[in-house]
Design a protein around this ligand. Structure first.
Ligand SMILES: [Zn+2]
Length: 272
């Protein structure tokens, strides 16, 4: 039985404990989130004018990494679009334009100056610096955003962090004399010295570094660190392209589809 306990959840960050699964399963989910869940990113730019210090290629590279809000329900991947056109159509491409000029003072052009044709496909933040313009330098360009997957280029990854760790189990044994060595050494401040002896707090933050066990002068050790079998803490940080929950749900959908395709092909497969 899979059991999920959500510890924190916002559109940008999510942390949950999952029990009843094994490492290959959580790792499959992690890798699908990193490489398979599509997001929108600028894929091509047409430069009409660029007198800035950055050459066109570097400018295109920088703009590709600006996270864009993604609408997975209205857009399709270019390779799956019926238009089959290299340029793309309204279903597989979103346009943005950028026109900027420095008049008499040097200034920075920010992502907020990108004007999206569809307001649903806009930069996640309007404070990402693109380029600095010196007086009289100009920038005028059209950018085409497309859905893509992280396996092709990191700019399409929906997550800026996606990790899992074992669920830690911290125990203080009877023979503890509250010397406080573990309190000093723990980088996550899990131990606190109280009048009643050593107590633990925020145990989920334990990184299993074992410094407390090494520092404990008792024999046998008065502090015991272990981890639960088949239980993990998953942490996901979104780039802002998609809400964290949607990223997980999309990953599950993709895994499900792959398994179904596999079983269909197996049933159809001819014996040689
Ligand atoms: Zn199309």
């Amino acid at each position: 039985m899979v059991e999920i306990q959500i510890l924190e959840k916002t559109d940008e960050f999510m942390r949950f404990v999952v029990r009843g699964v094994n490492t290959p399963f959580v790792n499959a989910l992690r890798r699908i989130m990193l490489t398979q869940v599509p997001t929108m990113a600028i894929d091509e730019i047409v430069i009409l004018e660029n007198s800035s210090i950055l050459n066109d290629e570097i400018l295109a590279h920088r703009m590709g990494f600006i996270p864009l809000k993604t609408d997975l329900d209205s857009y399709v991947l270019p390779e799956e679009c019926k238009c089959e056109s290299e340029l793309g159509c309204n279903l597989c491409r979103a346009n943005l334009t950028l026109e900027a000029e420095a008049e008499d003072k040097t200034r920075t052009v920010y992502s907020g100056e990108l004007k999206p044709e569809n307001p649903d496909i806009a930069p996640v933040s309007d404070k990402i610096p693109i380029v600095k313009l010196a007086p009289e330098q100009r920038l005028n360009l059209e950018a085409y955003a497309r859905l893509g997957r992280g396996e092709k280029h990191a700019k399409w990854q929906p997550v800026s962090m996606c990790t899992y760790v074992y669920l830690p189990n911290v125990k203080i044994a009877q023979n503890c004399d509250a010397c406080g060595k573990c309190v000093k050494v723990c980088p996550e401040a899990i131990f606190v010295k109280t009048a009643e002896g050593i107590k633990t707090q925020n145990e989920l933050e334990c990184t299993l570094c074992m410094d407390c066990v090494d520092a404990c002068p008792k024999d046998p050790k008065a502090v015991e660190i272990s981890w639960e079998e088949k239980a993990y803490i998953f942490k996901i940080e979104s780039t802002g392209a998609l809400p964290t929950e949607r990223i997980v749900l999309e990953a599950v959908k993709i895994l499900d589809k792959k398994i179904n395709d596999f079983s269909d092909q197996l049933k159809k497969g001819k014996q040689k």
